[in-house]
Ligand binder design. Structure first.
Ligand code: SF4
Ligand code: SF4
Length: 78
């Protein structure tokens, strides 16, 4: 239960002020940066400390599980 699940991020681009706080606090390697100077949004983060989400001053980072949920055949979520 305590093992972190990989997450992937959505960022509200209209709200982001490109402050760089999410990048500054992130323990990931420098390559984990999007073309918009935010946390990468196109690949899963398996550290999932969520510090980036917590530090964002405009609260515009949202994480979601990066792994597809295994659902019974025919039970398509949403
Ligand atoms: S969850 Fe942690 S390791 Fe992953 S991108 Fe955010 S700050 Fe970096
Ligand atoms: S911390 Fe938030 S406002 Fe700052 S660059 Fe990252 S996403 Fe944008």
């Amino acid at each position: 239960m305590s093992k972190q699940q990989p997450v992937i991020f959505d960022i509200g681009w209209n709200a982001c002020i490109n402050c760089g706080a999410c990048i500054a606090i992130c323990p990931q390697e420098a390559g984990f940066v999007s073309p918009f100077d935010t946390i990468a949004v196109d690949r899963p983060c398996d550290i999932a400390c969520l510090l980036c989400e917590q530090i964002c001053p405009v609260d515009t980072i949202r994480h979601r599980p990066a792994v597809a949920e295994v659902t019974p055949a025919g039970a398509v979520g949403r």
